[in-house]
Structure formats: structure tokens, C-alpha cells
Design a protein around this ligand. Structure first.
Ligand SMILES: [Zn+2]
Length: 208
């Protein structure tokens, strides 16, 4: 399978949404729903992508705020999220007591389960639970690509100063689930540019 990955970023938070598409079948998913969903809708149309699901690395408002518009555009496709943050999208309850609610309740919510494969059309993602920034943070792996959300960035790691964050869990997850991956794997983060596992292993100041 040949996977094509393209990102869109909103201007307010520079949060990345990714279109991940199987170039043979045109089946695709969107990973995270930033605050400018129109950019993703246009990209998916331009690519002739058949978007089968929305996958969430976690449910901070800047990663889920565009869900409603994406569902309007792509139909009532499943929204996949780790069970510990399911209430945020299924019930429209806030993830953080520091912030308000992110979305209206969404009906078609399915679970991302650590160690299990999530399938959407011809695409299959391994689910790695990487909590700490938030309780239900996950990394999604397909081929040589990792979508790490706000756990790991190029040169940085996610914030863990929120009430439901856990800095030790964040580091433990990065070490056990991400730095255990081969150096050549590409890391697509929730914010900022792509990097590789090897680059972060060698140079990320938060991991040494
Ligand atoms: Zn974020």
C-alpha cells in the first residue's frame, strides 16, 4: 500500500489536521479536526479522497473543533477516540476544567483501543496509548508513519501542566511506545513540522 499524507493547519493554534489516503483505493481518514475544517474539506475534494473516518489523537478543542463541519461534508462517518476521552465527543463535555465544551454531542463515536488495529476502508492503523498530555492521548501508526498528537513534537513534548495531565506518564509513554520504534519512522505531530524518531532520540532536549 502506498499512503499519501498531507497536512492542513489552522491559523489560530497552528494545529495540524492530516489527510491520510491510500493512493490505490482513495480510501482516506482525517486525523484530528482543527479549527479551519474548510481547508481539509477542500484538500479531500481536490485529492478525490473517500474519507471513511475521523481519528482523534486527543480531544483538546483545537483538535476537535472542526468535527461538525467535517461530518457535514463527509457524511456521518465514525469518529474514533480513546475510551477515556469518549465523553468529550459523545456527550459534548469538556476535556479540561480550564476550558469550555469543544463540540456538540456526536452520535457515531467508536473506540481506539491500545494494541488493537483500527480499520477504515483499506487503511489499518495500530493504536498506541500515549497519555500524559491528556488521559486518552493516542499515537496512530500506519506503515512507517506515526501520528503523535500532542505527545511528541519536533524538538519538544506536550504540555503536562493541566489538571488532568501527567508528566511522568507522558515521558513513560514516549519512551516505551515511541522511542522504541525504528529511527527512520516519520513523526507527524499535532503542531509544527514533521520529524523522525531518530532525530528526536538524538536531539530532543526534553528526552535526555
Ligand atoms: Zn494541540
Amino acid at each position: 500500500m502506498k499512503v499519501r499524507i498531507e497536512a492542513t493547519a489552522d491559523r489560530q493554534f497552528r494545529t495540524n489536521s492530516y489527510l491520510v489516503e491510500d493512493e490505490d483505493t482513495r480510501d482516506a481518514v482525517v486525523i484530528d479536526a482543527n479549527l479551519e475544517p474548510q481547508l481539509m474539506i477542500e484538500l479531500a475534494h481536490k485529492r478525490n479522497a473517500n474519507v471513511k473516518a475521523i481519528l482523534l489523537t486527543h480531544t483538546d478543542v483545537d483538535h476537535v473543533g472542526g468535527i461538525g463541519a467535517l461530518l457535514d461534508a463527509f457524511g456521518s462517518i465514525p469518529v474514533a477516540v480513546h475510551e477515556t476521552e469518549r465523553h468529550v465527543v459523545a456527550e459534548g463535555r469538556p476535556l479540561r476544567r480550564e476550558f469550555g465544551a469543544s463540540t456538540h454531542p456526536i452520535e457515531n463515536v467508536v473506540n481506539l483501543v491500545e494494541g488493537e488495529t483500527f480499520r477504515a476502508g483499506s487503511l489499518a492503523f495500530d493504536v498506541l496509548h500515549t497519555p500524559g498530555h491528556s488521559p486518552g492521548g493516542v499515537t496512530l501508526k500506519i506503515g512507517d508513519n506515526l501520528f503523535t498528537g500532542d505527545a511528541l513534537f519536533a524538538g519538544s513534548i506536550g504540555r503536562s501542566d493541566f489538571a488532568n495531565s501527567n508528566g511522568q506518564a507522558l515521558l513513560d509513554g514516549i519512551n516505551s511506545k515511541l522511542l522504541s520504534q525504528p529511527d527512520e519512522l516519520t513523526v507527524y505531530s499535532g503542531h509544527g513540522p514533521a520529524t523522525t524518531i531518530g532525530q528526536e532520540r538524538r536531539t530532543n532536549p526534553f528526552l535526555n
